[in-house]
Design a protein around this ligand. Structure first.
Ligand code: NIG
Ligand code: FE
Length: 401
């Protein structure tokens, strides 16, 4: 990126602007973009570049395709350790739920994360963040949820913010204190939720460490009523809400979250029509996580036809985490979204740009190429935007421009 606020022109490129409403990626061929240090100033056909921009410094992009930098709107990027041994157990037939019930799962990562210092947590998470950027991602949402006490949740959120500073990428944080029941609260989930509501949330809000509040509403996590309590407090503190909902069963959490104005509901394999309708009514984004679907060998697909039919915006994310989706690649998620879930390439790409931005409450700022949007741009060595959904397991050459 430029060091001064000098205007420059990107030229000899094609654009997938991802402007809302188009079914064709918002293509502009033989385009030019005028940008400054932070923002897009002008976009259009190179031939129509206004006179006042014609003598600015130009970067020739050699016919590459420019897209908005990808937005990974659901990750658990900050954690310590790994869950390779549990993966091997699952390969031998033990279920994700059973591992959690036996005291493993999320709680194993909680133990490792609590033992790590903030510096160790940053050091272990940094390579994942760097990999994400190599796949064209420019904004990353990062959740807490492996600390599960005031001190360690704060440590995770600080590490997330610091990772953004180190790499110069946009990080949006979500407080996920209600992710799992920590072992010291075994059998006392209401008491734990009281602590989340009365201690953790207020302190984290005062410190400005959370951009949103997330809850895992599920029979292996927290009930509808407990989820409501956390959301009510978040709303009181002025924080947007999001949900891990209907991943392993239908708890009707998405309907409630949507009625409470949630930015997004995520996973959604078991979502029903009432849930989809409520999400449509409130403009709540459906975040689909094909990496977790794949890695947990789920067979029930999220109800894409229902979401599409009711006009719910769909986003796609990695869910990067050690237990259910150890991946950093949004291009791989594009492939899975079209192949497993039946999204069109245009829907899938909107899902990691425009709609993912909306899921973070940043839909007016990132995820599209248009004047006034952030100049978070990536040039791709591809023949057409759909190529990003076509190859899998490798990633076309790309460069931040
Ligand atoms: O999004 N569903 C709950 N949380 C994560 C999994 C976290 C873990 O297993 O460590 C998810 O899939
Ligand atoms: Fe998740």
């Amino acid at each position: 990126m430029n060091s001064s606020n000098q205007l420059t022109v990107l030229t000899n490129c094609h654009l997938a602007t991802m402007r809302g409403g188009s079914a064709d990626f918002g293509v502009v061929e033989n385009a030019a973009i005028v940008r400054d240090n932070a923002n897009i100033i002008w976009v259009g056909c190179a031939k129509k570049l206004p006179q006042q921009y014609q003598n600015l410094p130009q970067t020739d992009l050699d016919q590459r395709w420019v897209l908005p930098a990808f937005v990974d709107c659901h990750t658990h990027l900050v954690y310590a350790g790994n869950r390779i041994a549990e993966f091997e157990q699952r390969l031998n037939g033990v279920s994700y739920e059973q591992i959690a019930k036996d005291g493993g799962g999320i709680v194993s990562t909680v133990k490792a994360t609590r033992s790590a210092s903030e510096a160790e947590l940053i050091a272990q998470s940094l390579p994942r963040l760097q990999q994400m950027q190599s796949f064209g991602t420019g904004t990353i949402e990062i959740k807490s949820g492996y600390g599960l006490n005031v001190e360690d949740e704060i440590k995770m959120l600080r590490a997330a913010r610091e990772l953004g500073n180190i790499e110069g990428v946009r990080v949006s944080t979500s407080f996920l204190g209600a992710h799992a029941l920590p072992p010291e609260f075994a059998g006392q989930s209401d008491a734990y939720i009281d602590m989340v509501v009365e201690e953790m949330l207020p302190e984290i809000a005062v410190l400005g460490l959370a951009d949103a509040v997330d809850v895992f509403c599920e029979n292996i996590a927290f009930s509808l009523e407990q989820t409501r309590q956390v959301f009510e407090k978040a709303i009181l503190l002025g924080l947007p809400i999001r949900l891990h909902g209907e991943q392993l069963s239908n708890s009707h959490g998405c309907q409630m979250a949507a009625e409470m104005g949630a930015l997004s509901c995520d996973h959604l394999e078991y979502l029903d029509e009432d849930g989809a309708k409520a999400m449509a009514n409130s403009g709540t984004v459906a975040v689909l996580l094909p990496g977790a679907f794949y890695f947990l060998r789920e067979t029930k697909k999220p109800p894409v036809d229902l979401l599409r039919g009711h006009g719910v915006a769909m986003a796609i994310a990695t869910d990067c985490n050690p237990g259910s989706s150890p991946t950093t690649s949004l291009p791989l998620m594009l492939s899975m979204a079209v192949t497993f879930f039946g999204l069109t390439p245009d829907e899938a790409l909107a899902g990691i740009t425009r709609n993912a931005a909306t899921a973070l409450g940043l839909g007016e700022r990132i995820g599209q190429i248009a004047p006034g949007f952030a100049a978070d741009l990536v040039a791709w060595d591809i023949k057409s935007p759909a190529e990003l959904c076509y190859g899998f397991g490798a990633c076309p050459l790309n460069e931040r421009v």
